[in-house]
Design a protein around this ligand. Structure first.
Ligand SMILES: Nc1ncnc2c1ncn2[C@@H]1O[C@H](COP(=O)(O)OP(=O)(O)OP(=O)(O)O)[C@@H](O)[C@H]1O
Ligand SMILES: CC(=O)C(=O)O
Ligand SMILES: [K+]
Ligand SMILES: [Mg+2]
Length: 593
């Protein structure tokens, strides 16, 4: 029985497990004492949260949990994801999907019914992209996702993606698209137009554009979907000849290249967060979103700056909020996680710093592929996924995973291989962009991500056992410490004992995240009191987050969790569970009574 790094200390390590082992999963033969594994140098207990009772009813999901009287199990007291619940009931523990899915919401999926179909199909996070649509439009989407969660028992998180201030085209004077033909002359200009756009004229958002480009430069729309060469500069206007024809879409990104290299001149000085982005961020905070994904991050500074801004904003609103409901317990203040989007060539120089400063990262392969040669994108993806594991931050692999499914009902073989690669790398999440925002088959695309994830995850586990492989090498973390060692040990135990699940009680999500970092063979049930923590954990690999009121008495918490989950048919008697508690510094091995 193994918890090497822990047993090395003088603290005793004993396992308690109660009741009958299931026939298929036998525990070590010698009888073990029925007492908890305690690694405690005594941790002072927090004020019993169950003592704080409130009858106040608050009209949204952000309300603090209302604790049931401790005693008889209360079937209403656990909130579980409906989809997970169904999966568990149908196929048991091993069948649950570990890789999470982010869906970009656009005109094709913004209705309540379409959102519900995505949630039923396995969407864990809904992404709204502030490059498109009005704030009112986004507000409606957020409201619908919240309603979906409240009415239908989902825990879909909301991610807001900032516009950023890289160079992009204007909105084509309202047209849905424009076709540029080979050899045609087009004008790119920084002149503002109100309504009357001259023919073949494109506005550009960056004032320094006409000064920065030179005759002979190549101008790439969306990383090369359409290509121009600069033929003449006349004041604010830049005249270009189309060399690779294609469809121009509103607000498409522009990059310019000189002698085969991306030009980073004064445009490299554009702020990562524009004034519009700050307004959007205020909007997001007010709407209670769960994640902010920052586009075109160049350094760790902007991430730190935004995180401290969010912390001050949320402290203010949290205090106001809790004063209003007259409760006194302290909750984590900054509930919004900041995701660093890696899509700028500048970010690659500071990857470690950026990822360790953030709460997660996104491999934004769309714009990244416009800033570095395409053949470098796969190795950068691999590196970011590894750094995420190292620093214990979730990583999302995004863009063009199933691009052809914008138009077709089945993916290409190459797309399936790409998705398999990301799942095999054990990235936390995969993301749909145009496929779900404006494609013709959003639900089918989601189903492909789900079935490929399930298949590849299972294949990996089987392969690992057949070849007795060690888990994918996990870079040692820079944080270390007791929680990390406990979680690493618990994962190892769970794998060796072929446990059905890991259980963790988590206030801020930290322990749950550390367990997920170990990528165990079994799913992780994470119990938290805070709906916002539950939604946030929904982005992380292998975590099944539940809302559950927690009392001070871990034994009673555990018994309550067992009764509630059994009552819902989500676990069965005899199942082998490894329970990790930060508060008690304990790892318990238990058979479900
Ligand atoms: N809210 C929206 N309203 C209208 N169209 C949208 C919306 N969100 C996304 N889309 C459409 O879906 C496409 C893909 O979405 P996506 O979020 O990947 O945008 P993008 O323009 O490629 O920018 P980014 O680099 O930030 O991802 C967009 O180009 C746009 O056509
Ligand atoms: C997602 C995103 O922003 C990109 O791929 O560019
Ligand atoms: K964006
Ligand atoms: Mg982008």
């Amino acid at each position: 029985m193994v918890v090497p790094s822990l047993s090395a200390t003088s603290q005793s390590l004993r396992f308690s497990f109660s009741i009958t082992p299931s026939p298929s999963r036998t525990l070590p033969k010698q009888p073990l004492p029925k007492s908890s594994v305690r690694l405690s140098r005594y941790v002072p207990l927090l004020k019993p949260i169950s003592a704080v009772k409130t009858e106040v009813s608050v009209p949204d999901e952000r309300k603090p949990p209302i604790f049931p009287t401790v005693g008889g199990p209360n079937v209403e007291a656990i909130e579980a994801d409906k989809v997970t619940e169904a999966e568990l009931k149908e196929n048991g523990f091993r069948s649950t999907r570990r890789t999470k899915i982010v869906c970009t919401i656009g005109p094709r999926t913004c209705g309540f019914e379409e959102l519900e179909a995505l949630a039923v199909g396995g969407m864990n996070v809904a992404r709204i992209n502030m490059c498109h649509g009005t704030r009112e439009w986004h507000r409606q989407v957020i409201e619908r996702v919240r309603r979906l969660n409240a009415e239908k028992g989902f825990a879909v998180a909301v991610m807001m993606d900032t516009q950023g201030s890289e160079i992009h085209m204007g909105d084509l004077g309202g047209a849905a698209s424009a076709k540029a033909e080979d050899g045609e002359h087009w004008t790119f200009t920084v002149r503002p137009f109100d309504v009357n756009f001259p023919e073949r004229t494109i506005s550009v958002n960056y004032d320094g554009f006409a000064e920065d480009v030179k005759v002979g430069d190549e101008l790439l729309v969306d990383g090369g979907m359409v290509r121009f060469v600069v033929t003449e500069k006349i004041g604010p206007d830049v005249s270009c000849c189309c060399t690779d024809p294609g469809l121009l879409l509103p607000r498409a990104n522009l990059t310019f290249w000189r002698n085969g290299s991306l030009v980073r001149e004064r445009n490299a000085m554009l702020p990562t967060l524009s004034s519009k982005d700050w307004l959007d961020i205020d909007f997001g905070i007010a709407e209670g979103i769960d994640f902010i994904a920052v586009s075109f991050v160049k350094s760790a500074e902007v991430i730190k700056h935004l995180k401290s801004y969010i912390a001050t904003q949320s402290t203010e609103s949290t205090c106001k909020f809790y004063l209003t409901v007259m409760t006194i317990f302290v909750q984590p203040c900054s509930n919004i996680a900041v995701i660093a989007k890696i899509e700028s060539i500048d970010s690659l120089k500071h990857l470690e710093e950026i990822i360790s400063a953030s709460d997660g990262a996104m491999v934004a392969r769309g714009d990244l592929g416009a800033q570095i040669p395409l053949e470098q994108v796969p190795s950068v993806q691999k590196r970011i996924v590894e750094l995420g594991r190292k620093f214990d931050k979730p990583v999302i692999v995004a863009s063009q995973l199933l691009e052809s499914m914008i138009e077709y009902p089945i993916p290409t073989r190459a797309e399936v291989a790409d998705v398999s690669e990301a799942v095999g790398q054990q990235a936390d999440a995969l993301m749909l962009s145009g496929e779900s925002a404006m494609g013709q088959y959003p639900e089918k695309a989601l189903a492909v991500l789900r079935s490929v994830s399930l298949r590849i995850e299972r294949w990996w586990r089987e392969e690992k056992h057949r070849a007795a492989l060690e888990p994918l090498t996990m870079p040692s973390s820079v944080c270390g410490g007791v929680p990390e060692e406990m979680c690493n040990a618990a994962v190892k135990m769970a794998n060796k004992l072929k446990a059905d699940a890991l259980f963790v009680y988590t206030k801020t999500g930290h322990m749950a995240s550390l367990l997920s970092r170990g990528r165990p063979d079994c799913p992780i049930f994470a119990f938290t009191t805070m709906p916002s923590v539950r939604r946030r954990l929904n982005l992380q690999w292998g975590l099944m987050p539940f809302s559950l009121s927690l009392s001070d008495d871990m034994e009673s918490n555990l018994n309550r969790a067992f009764s509630l989950l059994k009552a819902r048919g989500m676990i069965n008697s005899g199942g082998l569970i490894i329970v990790v508690s930060d508060k008690l510094r304990s790892i318990q091995v238990i058979n479900v009574p």
